[in-house]
Design a binder for this molecule. Structure first.
Ligand code: GMT
Length: 376
């Protein structure tokens, strides 16, 4: 099949999922065309089956806001015609689903019929999409997609609660390429970060307010009273400065490291002993799965899709949002006993296996085939 994938090219979960999906599909022999404003961060090499088409938005003084979706939909029309594309798969509803619908209509005008699939990732629904300024347009694009998928049952239910949806939303969970992680053979040098007997606790995110960054530091402070620990804060975003300030004020500077955005997530997770994700909302929590694949137990909040990813008391613990005491208690419980820690590590890895891309990809391929068939 010849498929266009539209996504955000950044470190965010939706972009990572879309990129990994495209990479895997191209390895399976499908022709994949990414259309976005920058080459996605996880794509290093383009091949005859893996293309990237940049969307340029020239600046023009009259515009206060540059019309990205206009440029994107025109680019989609151009690529569909040039490469005889079979299907559009857009990740993240805003503005991708809207732009895809426009390109679909423009193509119809030229006698070309093309199906579109929209995959909802979370914030496009729960945080931004349901805002009155966007709601109508998001609802319209969801209802006019041939198929709509959500990355968790929880996100499907949120979408049905927040929008008037006339489509049956299919749940296709996020995934991880287990074989790729095994092949990578990453160096696992814990001693560059921590002393021999120190536990490494890690958090990775875009440091937006919904990640509850200060909760991480509060949990860490409590754990530090009992155990020799170091905290790695990976990523960048609006809450980072406040977090640094908190560390200074609470004299945590010597045991908290802020690493910024990183392409070395596998290397970092390889020597991590525990992962913290106390988010206010998380429709799936891809980063929790990325930790688990590296045998890292996860202590997180009991929200959204996280209970579908992390098994309470098995691959980690789910605690009420904001309950930093419970999160600290569970973290200490996992780490303080070596045998127990080993058990949790093994179980975290076991749990991650059900999200192997090999098991998930077939759901997308089947959906693509159905969509192409109905639009013929
Ligand atoms: O979590 C973020 O802030 C990034 C966001 C995104 O759109 O990239 O992540 C969302 O999509 C991910 C991939 O499907 C999910 O794993 C995240 O849980 C989801 N974030 C939220 O729901 C807050």
């Amino acid at each position: 099949m010849k498929i266009v994938i539209v996504c955000y090219p950044t470190f965010g979960g939706s972009g990572v999922v879309a990129t990994e999906l495209g990479l895997y599909l191209s390895k399976k022999g499908h022709e994949i065309h990414f259309i976005t404003y920058k080459q996605p961060v996880r794509i290093q090499n383009l091949t005859p089956l893996l293309h990237f088409h940049e969307v340029h938005v020239p600046t023009y003084d009259l515009f206060k806001y540059q019309p990205y979706e206009l440029a994107l939909s025109s680019r989609m029309v151009e690529i569909v015609k040039k490469y005889k594309i079979d299907l559009l798969h857009v990740h993240y509803a805003i503005p991708h689903a809207y732009a895809a619908y426009m390109s679909k209509k423009m193509l119809e005008d030229e006698g070309i019929s093309i199906p579109m699939i929209t995959t909802l990732h979370g914030t496009d629904i729960t945080l931004v999409g349901s805002h009155p300024f966007y709601k109508k347009a998001v609802q319209f694009s969801i209802n006019n997609s041939e198929y709509v998928t959500a990355v968790s049952q929880s996100l499907k239910e949120d979408t049905e609660r927040l929008f008037e949806v006339s489509k049956d939303i299919r749940v296709i969970p996020n995934f991880i390429d287990l074989s790729k992680t095994h092949q990578r053979n990453v160096p696992c040098n814990k001693d560059v970060i921590a002393t021999g007997d120190q536990f490494v606790i890690t958090h990775i995110s875009n440091f937006r307010p919904l990640k509850r960054i200060i909760d991480i530091l509060k949990v860490f402070e409590k754990v530090r009273k009992k155990l020799n620990v170091k905290l790695l804060m990976v990523g960048d975003g609006p809450e980072k400065e406040r977090a640094k300030w908190y560390c200074r004020a609470h004299k945590l500077d010597d045991s908290v490291l802020f690493l910024g955005n990183s392409n070395e997530i596998d290397e970092i997770l390889c020597f991590t002993d525990l992962f913290l994700l106390p988010s206010e909302q998380e429709s799936f929590g891809l980063v929790a799965l990325e930790a688990m694949i590296h045998s890292v137990p996860v202590v997180c909040s009991d929200v959204g899709g996280l209970p579908e990813v992390v098994e309470n008391g098995y691959s980690g613990y789910l605690c009420p949002v904001g309950d930093t005491n419970a999160m600290a208690e569970k973290s200490i419980y996992i780490l303080e006993n070596e045998e127990r820690h080993e058990q949790f590590k093994k179980q975290a890895y076991e749990c991650s296996k059900k999200f192997d891309i090999k098991n998930v990809i077939v759901h997308y391929e089947n959906l693509y085939e159905e969509a192409i068939k109905i639009s013929d």
